[in-house]
Design a protein around this ligand. Structure first.
Ligand SMILES: C[S@@+](CC[C@H](N)C(=O)[O-])C[C@H]1O[C@@H](n2cnc3c(N)ncnc32)[C@H](O)[C@@H]1O
Length: 261
């Protein structure tokens, strides 16, 4: 296995044959969504992929597993099934986050419009890295507050400084589609990309520069492109040579470090 490279392979075989144990700091990936999309031919075994990921993830490493449910007469809850599989394999379900889609929501006539997918944060032991992302607070600057009453029962007004920013919640909204998910037109030759900003935000949160970021089902290469731009090492695998070609082209267009396998 060479870092900063894409490989055409079944992820289960690739991990077993080419990757040592405990070598990956962070995985950001998204499995095929049941038979929702017509990918370029694949074989998908969630349990085998999750077991492989558990072996190659270093202690304290994290896997971000982005998944939605099929909705057809009810939710399939495959998302939860996969999360429970991951827990049985040994991962801690460190968090269940929501990827909220700001546009193109899935309409239903007899239920509320679906506009989210799950982002399961799976950790091998306790996460070794957490760089919390912040957001600006609505009110900040100096404000007068009433201090606790002392023994004299007098309310005193004291100036306090409100913080300029706070740690984000675990619901992350993103625009999707061209100009939202990415500006790379070629990426849309893949049927199910996730937004670059989503990948970036997880890479910044759960890894540090120089760490190895992996995507075993990399599709159009979103995770790998973002990892490279953020100074991480990266590794991308997909079963489809068509998608790997798209991923290579995207990476070349931003001149990411590419060591061809
Ligand atoms: C939801 S897409 C990933 C899209 C990617 N996150 C992006 O932004 O472009 C899932 C990908 O898994 C790949 N895939 C399915 N089974 C696989 C397997 N066993 N090994 C490797 N890749 C697989 C499919 O070819 C597809 O590109």
């Amino acid at each position: 296995m060479q870092k900063n490279s894409f490989y055409v392979a079944n992820a289960v075989d690739f991990m077993r044959e080419s990757m040592p144990s405990d070598c990956v700091d962070l995985t950001v990936t998204s499995p095929p969504y049941e038979n929702l999309r017509n990918y370029d031919g694949y074989e998908f075994d969630a349990e085998a992929i999750l077991a492989g990921l558990f072996r190659v993830t270093c202690p304290g490493g994290v896997v971000v597993w982005v998944v939605g449910d099929k909705i057809n007469g009810g939710r399939s809850l495959v998302s939860f099934e996969q999360a429970l599989l991951a827990r049985d394999i040994g991962f801690t379900i460190h968090d269940v986050m929501i990827y909220q889609k700001k546009n193109t929501p899935f309409m239903r006539s007899n239920a509320y419009t679906n506009c989210f997918e799950f982002m399961f944060i799976l950790s091998k032991e306790k996460p070794k890295t957490f760089n919390p992302l912040k957001q600006p607070t609505k009110r900040h600057g100096m404000e007068t507050a009433v201090s606790n009453k002392g023994p004299d029962a007098v309310n005193r007004k004291v100036p306090v400084e409100l913080k300029k920013e706070k740690t984000r919640t675990n619901i992350w909204p993103y625009a999707v589609g061209l100009g939202g998910s990415t500006n790379d037109r070629i990426a849309f030759q893949h049927p199910a990309i996730f937004p670059e900003k989503l990948a970036e935000d997880h890479i910044l949160s759960w890894s540090n520069p120089g760490d190895l970021v992996f995507d075993p089902m990399c599709g159009s290469g979103t995770t790998c492109k973002c990892a490279s731009q953020l100074g991480r090492k990266w590794l991308g695998v997909d079963v489809s040579s068509t998608y790997i070609e798209i991923a290579r082209e995207r990476c070349l267009s931003v001149q990411c470090e590419l060591d061809y396998a």
